[in-house]
Write a protein that binds this ligand. Structure first.
Ligand SMILES: Nc1ncnc2c1ncn2[C@@H]1O[C@H](COP(=O)(O)OP(=O)(O)O)[C@@H](O)[C@H]1O
Ligand SMILES: [Mg+2]
Length: 250
């Protein structure tokens, strides 16, 4: 059965989309079948993968809003993709009064989940209905965070949210796969925050090796390529490989 992993953090710009794409690619290099699901109406993942969201007829929105079968685009950088576009932004309003809306993505994924080893869901940077239905569909949550004080302050809120989803029975089996410190740099603050996060998560979930701030990530996404294709010898590629190897034993 596939591991279904939501990349979630209610803060924006922590690397959710970048890491979903790059760890997905890394997992394919280890021989795994990977499906990426773009659950953000801003469609960054769809764009990073080289598609024009507004030109797409079939997106995840049809599955969430109309209960249609998932539209899967095959074999982009060896991964499959369920794309999104702005149509998905109607979800908050359209699903407000829908019954059992939390299960919409889980149900849509169920016919295809067996065809993959990993399903990676890129969540929007808010705890709205789209993130909730992503977490309900997931076996695990992976938290990319920036090693900055502001992000550290947000972690308590995030852990509280996860706890609530588990306790209230909305996502009772959801496990925390770990935290990925991202956009790390050599400043004293980054180092201090990394230590504090490691301490906060000890006994809860692993804190994976930190990924440095590297302009190559942004360059690679502008070229619509995983970093491992854009610059296979970049030092961050080895870190991505190490993290994806850890995900094999979830
Ligand atoms: N390690 C990194 N080093 C440099 N830039 C990064 C890194 N990770 C992400 N970025 C860049 O930061 C921006 C935000 O990343 P993104 O993955 O879109 O975050 P999120 O999905 O959490 O909003 C993007 O422009 C991306 O290219
Ligand atoms: Mg994003």
């Amino acid at each position: 059965m596939a591991n279904v992993i939501s990349f979630f953090n209610q803060a924006g710009g922590t690397g959710k989309t970048t890491l979903a794409m790059n760890l997905g690619y890394s997992l394919t290099q280890q021989g795994h079948r990977v499906l990426l699901v773009d659950m953000d109406p801003q469609s960054s993942l769809t764009v990073f993968m080289g598609l024009q969201p507004h030109e797409l007829e079939g997106t995840v929105a049809q599955s969430i809003l109309e209960r249609e079968p998932l539209r899967i685009l095959s074999e982009i950088h060896q991964m499959d993709l369920v794309p999104s576009n702005l149509t998905l932004s109607a979800a908050d309003v359209r699903l407000a009064t829908a019954i059992a809306k939390e299960n919409r993505l889980k149900k849509a994924l169920s016919p295809v989940v067996r065809s993959y080893d990993f399903v990676l869901i890129d969540c929007p940077p808010t705890l709205g209905v789209l993130s909730i239905i992503s977490l309900v569909a997931s076996t695990h949550i992976l938290i990319p965070m920036q090693t900055q004080y502001k992000s550290f302050v947000g972690l308590d809120l995030l852990l509280g949210t996860i706890n609530e989803l588990q306790q209230e029975g909305v996502a009772p089996d959801l496990k925390i796969a770990g935290v990925i410190p991202n956009l790390h740099d050599r400043t004293a603050q980054s180092k201090e925050i990394l230590e504090a996060v490691t301490e906060q998560f000890s006994g809860i979930a692993p804190v994976f090796p930190a990924i440095s701030r590297a302009v190559a990530f942004a360059d690679a996404s502008m070229q619509h390529l995983p970093l491992g294709v854009y610059d296979p010898k970049h030092p961050a590629v080895a870190i991505l490989t190490a993290i994806s190897q850890s995900l094999e034993s979830l």
